[in-house]
Design a protein around this ligand. Structure first.
Ligand code: ADP
Ligand code: MG
Length: 221
């Protein structure tokens, strides 16, 4: 992942949060406080506005800056959680071994896999949720597994990200039958069953944005 791709990814996330804001809000109105669409839209709109003026030399710096902005701009649980994820992801991306593609593209698919793992670890550390708790983890964890399996089989970034996005969407749909054990939705107890988790839904959008961006970058080469 190079700096241009990191920039394109966060811009694609901003576009997706704009398109899907109402859907995320509807999901959060069923089992939360109806602000997830507004939170994600506000956060990534701020990122999209700030990044063009922000001079960065590495892809990791783009993602660290994204995380910092999300933490400062987004109220609610999702701001610090996604903020930590992007900060950890960016830090790991820049720190990783650069064995695959040389410094120009800062790393191959294995390196991105390591960075995505660091992002998930950031969410786990802060939110203390695990698989089955009906959170963003239920989309992120299977997406990471699919990305790794695909990367280990020799896939490029676009292909691994597409596999991750498919797995994230499957994980997102699987949250519907879960009872929430973390976050606001957990206050509803069994009444949270039967509704798709808003944070798992925004996570699936984030992975789909990566897949689309990586595919577009590959086509442009
Ligand atoms: P809030 O719940 O503060 O209103 P949002 O509505 O923006 O914040 O985000 C809600 C989403 O955050 C949930 O759908 C869930 O996916 C995610 N979430 C909440 N608590 C946790 C947690 N402890 N760990 C991981 N994700 C969480
Ligand atoms: Mg909410």
């Amino acid at each position: 992942m190079d700096t241009a791709l990191a920039r394109a990814w966060v811009q694609a996330i901003a576009a997706a949060m704009d398109t899907h804001q109402d859907r995320l809000t509807r999901l959060d109105s069923a089992i939360g406080d109806a602000d997830h669409g507004a939170n994600m839209h506000r956060g990534f709109a701020a990122v999209a506005a700030a990044l063009p003026q922000y001079e960065v030399a590495t892809p990791g710096a783009v993602l660290v800056r994204t995380g910092s902005l999300l933490i400062s701009v987004v109220g609610g649980a999702s701001g610090p959680l996604y903020g930590s994820a992007f900060r950890a992801l960016g830090t790991a991306l820049d720190a990783g071994d650069d064995t695959a593609d040389g410094p120009a593209s800062t790393g191959g698919t294995a390196r991105v896999a390591g960075a995505l793992a660091a992002g998930l670890a950031g969410v786990r550390r802060l939110g203390a949720a695990t698989e089955g708790d009906k959170t963003m983890i239920d989309a992120y964890a299977p997406a990471l597994v699919a990305f790794r399996v695909s990367a280990e089989a020799g896939a490029g970034l676009a292909q691994a990200a597409a596999a991750a996005a498919d797995a994230a969407e499957q994980g997102m749909r699987a949250t519907t039958s879960m009872q929430a054990r973390k976050g606001r939705a957990s206050y509803l107890g069994a009444r949270s069953i039967g509704h798709q988790d808003p944070g798992a839904t925004s996570t699936a959008l984030i992975f789909r944005a990566l897949a689309d961006t990586a595919a577009a970058a590959k086509d442009a080469r």
